[in-house]
Design a protein around this ligand. Structure first.
Ligand SMILES: [Zn+2]
Length: 82
């Protein structure tokens, strides 16, 4: 449970997530609120802007990202909800 509590704090308008293929990008992730994605607990099904495909994505701890992954997250951002 400690791990889950830690992840909750990282959620919000600038949540770093990783898709099934390993792409890393930034998206909006508000717990308990469904926007354009189907919520699957701690995973969501949404479009990956890196590979331009649909995939299950999960929040990742920014501290666990490599330098390349942080760069990817900074450059790939999901489209904001108007
Ligand atoms: Zn991807």
């Amino acid at each position: 449970m400690a791990n889950k509590r830690r992840i909750i704090r990282g959620l919000g308008p600038n949540t770093v997530v990783r898709c099934r293929l390993g792409h890393v990008f930034t998206t909006m992730w508000i717990p308990g609120v469904s926007f354009k994605a189907v919520r699957l607990g701690w995973a969501r099904f949404q479009r990956c802007p890196v590979g331009r495909h649909w995939s299950v994505v999960r929040p990742v701890d920014p501290d666990e990202l490599t330098a390349a992954e942080k760069l990817s997250a900074a450059h790939h951002r999901d489209v904001r909800i108007p």
